[in-house]
Design a protein around this ligand. Structure first.
Ligand SMILES: *Cc1c(COP(=O)(O)O)cnc(C)c1O
Length: 410
């Protein structure tokens, strides 16, 4: 690894101090990052970190990827933004690619995950209204995370995300994950149901995979009842699990698929991809976005997918993910406070029996970036370019810290 010298800018020089003018929405580590290369980042003091968080599943092709940087430079010099009042050829290019990879038919572009989910919720409601359902209802899940707008936090299954923001949006029916009987009971005789909405692997909820069989049962149930199956692939999609989209492990297709995070390797971008049942629900005037689909974001999406294909990053996610999971399992086997190691590809969670958020700061002190979600789950969602050597380094730093925490709290 080459230890590049830290860049110095006036805005980063004081980064270790608090940020008195930035709203206090995140519990931040006392670290300010300056630049990166692949899976490694450096802070303003020159300390290096192995990045196993990848900007929360965003930096698909790693930091400072030469091909992505070159493409974005080129695009910035041509057009950053125009308007959806005109045709944007790069939108058509990215939509065609997403259609090819998903087997669906049309895409709408926005800039974030919550916007993609908001579009999905609007599609579901209009799908209902178009067939005479005045008060459409959407099935959502315990521990789900769909974003922080009023509608998407209402769909989210985490009371902490909702606290203080009522009244919540109505029209959601909440059920537990992987329990078909509970779903059937909750929807029995309800003619207002229009859609089922879930993540293929819950991310913020603690890296909780949906059973393959359950996903297939949902597909059948939606077909039988004329409901939309809407799969939030914002975190688990874009190659992270080793398929382009995590639901593809179940060999099914959704009707609506929101995407964001990894789609632009860090350039803000969101998309909702729809199949035949949902592709023509919106007509001019029903939905829109000023920034959505702008040339810079579209170029980032097109180039991210091109790099993923050229470098075989889906296969790499499987290989390095399996290596990492096996090494974690080997190192942590028999630890009394270990509950589970789960996930697929490079979306992995290590669940302990007790809260472990201290590990985030301790790992950073030791040169490793991770997150802890749902209080007890250590989450790793690195760039899909991670190597097996880097995975070994993650394990070498992380496992002793886990062991030590478990010993302290025993
Ligand atoms: C992160 C996330 C969102 C929200 O995305 P934003 O870009 O933060 O709005 C929605 N759904 C899932 C599954 C996510 O992981």
């Amino acid at each position: 690894m080459n230890a590049a010298a830290p860049l110095s800018t006036s805005s980063s020089a004081h980064a270790q101090a608090a940020s008195p003018h930035v709203m206090n929405t995140y519990g931040r580590l006392p670290i300010a990052l300056s630049h990166g290369q692949g899976c490694r980042v450096w802070d303003v003091n020159g300390k290096s970190y192995l990045d196993a968080l990848g900007g929360i599943a965003v930096n698909t092709v790693g930091h400072n990827h030469p091909q992505l940087v070159e493409a974005l430079r080129d695009q910035v010099g041509k057009l950053i933004h125009t308007s959806n009042y005109y045709h944007i050829p790069l939108q058509e290019a990215l939509a065609a690619k997403l259609v090819e990879l998903s087997g669906l038919t049309n895409a709408f572009f926005c800039s974030t995950g919550l916007e993609a989910n908001e579009a999905a919720l609007k599609l579901a409601r209009k799908f209902g209204h178009d067939k005479g359902i005045e008060r459409p209802e959407i099935v959502v899940y315990d521990k789900a995370f769909h974003g922080r707008s009023i509608a998407t936090l209402s769909a989210t299954g985490n009371p902490k995300v909702q606290a203080g923001f009522g009244p919540l949006v109505e029209g959601f029916i909440r059920v537990p994950l992987n329990d078909l009987a509970a779903l059937k009971a909750a929807t029995a005789g309800n003619a207002n149901v229009v859609a089922i909405f879930l993540e293929a692997i819950q991310g913020e909820g603690g890296v909780n995979p949906v059973d393959t069989d359950y996903l297939r049962q949902l597909r059948a149930l939606c077909d039988a009842n004329d409901w939309l199956l809407m799969i939030d692939e914002v975190q688990c999609g874009m190659g992270r699990t080793g398929k382009w989209f995590a639901h593809q492990w179940a060999d099914i297709k959704p009707d609506v698929m929101p995407l964001a995070k990894g789609l632009g390797s860090g350039v803000p971008i969101g998309a909702v991809v729809a199949g035949p049942k949902a592709a023509s629900i919106f007509a001019p005037g029903n939905h829109g976005s000023t920034f959505g689909g702008n040339p810079l974001a579209m170029r980032a999406g097109v180039e991210t997918i091109r790099i993923m294909e050229e470098e075989g990053l889906l296969a790499n996610a499987v290989k390095v993910g399996e290596h990492l999971k096996a090494a974690l399992t080997r190192e942590l086997a028999g630890s009394p406070g270990l509950k589970d190691i789960r996930g697929r590809g490079l979306m992995l969670g290590v669940e302990l029996t007790l809260p472990c958020s201290e590990l985030v700061g301790r790992a950073a002190e030791n040169g490793l970036l991770i997150s802890v979600t749902a209080e007890t789950v250590i989450r790793m969602v690195p760039s899909l370019t991670m190597t097996t050597d880097e995975a070994d380094e993650v394990v070498a730093i992380l496992c002793p810290l886990i062991q030590q925490l478990l010993k302290e709290k025993a």
